[in-house]
Design a protein around this ligand. Structure first.
Ligand code: GCO
Length: 458
């Protein structure tokens, strides 16, 4: 073989055509149009409009104005060349009071979005709950009130009755562990509670809603691929002491176990059972233990923890070591956490295929004169994480897809707009969208199935 032929031989593909490449978004973070098209208020409208709850008082009123600019955003998806787009349906847009009464304009919006995706050959991956509970339901107790389980199942059935002829992949809940902890115990997310009972009740009801809604949708016999999404992270003990190990085990139970354990084994972790069982009625846990068609893993980082007898729960989170690389969120960049977590999740889930439904990083992007962003650090973050997906696959983990968080810079919850996660830069005053270097890197990966070196993509 001559040298010139050897040079033109394409590198061996890392991923086959059947691997799903996607990007993820969430309704409240991008849609804006909070008072358009008959949408009702959600807990995030109320929370973000409460002084002091979000950075600089940022809220999702306008966000990326995706509700009005969705066609332009589909164009970006087409240009990116991905096979799948994960988005969420805003419950208060679908049913403003959360009582099942449907808002036709809300329905039409998602109806057109799904058609638009199919027209450009992108598979819609629909998430039924990404944190924007109708405020009317919060006023009746929200996730802490058991009645929400039925409301959510009804809502899921209503959405799928309209969109289910064109949507195959459905995720029930996005990160119930974050909803429980940040929303009901730490007060950082809507509804902004710091209440142990509300946390325990919400945790159980989120699990029950998952199980009951899986049954409900399966009874329809429509062949949907039903999954749910958890944010899981390896928990590392700071030191070698037994106390630190116990602290790590406790945090692991709370963060990773409270939702995964009941799903796979019908039990709560021993460490949290006493707290949660007050809300468990007979038969509940049997209806939570359900096989999934696929499992969504969101992973950004890992947690470090130490025992701390002076804290209420006996532990404290530890900052990453000084030499560790961190993102603008302060999260440690730990790509190996992804392959480790994929292997652990697979061991727990058995045969269930796994999809990385979110992975990405916020950096302080500095746009040039034409708003272009050379985000080498994000590109490099993504490159290293995709390599870990590959290594997990090589180790036998059944990872079927990978979704970047996120298509666009967007409303990063209580951190507001300063935390940019997008492959596409959004200039909020003009709503101009400008693809970053990471966008071109991802485009190349999706097109070739070969992981490009981040430095090689301009
Ligand atoms: C998450 C959320 C996203 C966040 C992202 C970055 O699932 O935590 O789905 O909404 O914006 O994770 O923090």
């Amino acid at each position: 073989m001559s040298a010139s032929v050897a040079r033109s031989t394409p590198p061996e593909r890392h991923f086959s055509d059947s691997f799903t490449w996607g990007v993820s978004t969430a309704a409240y973070q991008i849609e804006g149009a909070f008072d358009q098209g008959g949408r009702g208020p959600s807990i995030w409208d109320v929370f973000s409009h409460t002084p002091g709850k979000t950075a600089r008082g940022d809220n999702g009123d306008v966000a990326c104005d995706h509700y009005n600019r969705w066609r332009e955003d589909l164009e970006l998806l087409r240009e990116l060349g991905i096979g799948a787009y994960r988005f969420s349906v805003a419950w208060p847009r679908w049913s403003p009071a959360g009582n099942g009464r449907v808002n036709p304009e809300g329905c039409e919006f998602y109806d057109r979005l799904v058609d638009g995706l199919l027209d450009i050959g992108v598979a819609p991956w629909l998430c039924l709950y990404h944190w924007d509970l109708p405020q009317a339901l919060q006023e009746r107790g929200g996730w802490a009130d058991r009645d929400v389980v039925e409301r959510f199942s009804d809502h899921a059935a209503s959405v799928m009755a309209v969109l289910g002829d064109r949507v195959e992949h459905v995720a029930l809940l996005n990160e119930p562990n974050v909803v429980g902890l940040l929303g009901h115990l730490l007060g950082l997310h809507a509804p902004g509670l710091s209440d142990l009972d509300a946390y325990a009740a919400a945790t159980h009801h989120l699990n029950l809603a998952t199980g009951k809604t899986l049954d409900r949708l399966r009874r329809e016999g429509r062949g949907w691929a039903l999954g749910t999404i958890l944010n899981l992270q390896p928990v590392l003990a700071q030191g070698d002491s037994e106390d630190d190990a116990a602290a790590a085990a406790l945090l692991d139970a709370v963060w990773n176990g409270n939702h995964l354990d009941p799903l796979v084994s019908g039990r709560y972790p021993a460490a949290t059972e006493a707290l949660l069982e007050r809300f468990v009625r007979e038969g509940d846990l049997e209806s939570v233990k359900r096989p999934l068609d696929w499992f969504g893993l969101n992973l950004y980082s890992q947690l470090r923890v130490a025992a701390d007898p002076s804290s209420l729960v006996g532990l404290r989170l530890v900052e990453p070591p000084e030499e560790a690389e961190t993102t603008a969120m302060g999260w440690e960049v730990a790509p190996e956490a992804l392959s480790r977590q994929l292997k652990e999740a697979q061991a727990r889930l058995g045969e269930v295929p796994i999809v990385v439904t979110e992975n990405g990083a916020a950096y302080r992007d500095r746009p040039g004169p034409d708003l272009e962003v050379d985000d080498l650090r994000r590109t490099n973050y993504l490159e290293r994480h995709v390599r870990e997906v590959l290594s997990a696959r090589e180790a036998g983990v059944d990872v079927r897809g990978y979704f970047v968080w996120s298509l666009l810079d967007n409303f990063e919850w209580h951190e507001g707009y300063a935390r940019r996660f997008g492959l596409v830069y959004v200039d909020y005053p003009t709503q101009r969208r400008v693809p970053k270097r990471s966008f071109r890197w991802y485009q190349q990966l999706v097109r070739s199935g070969v992981i490009p070196r981040s430095e090689d993509v301009a």
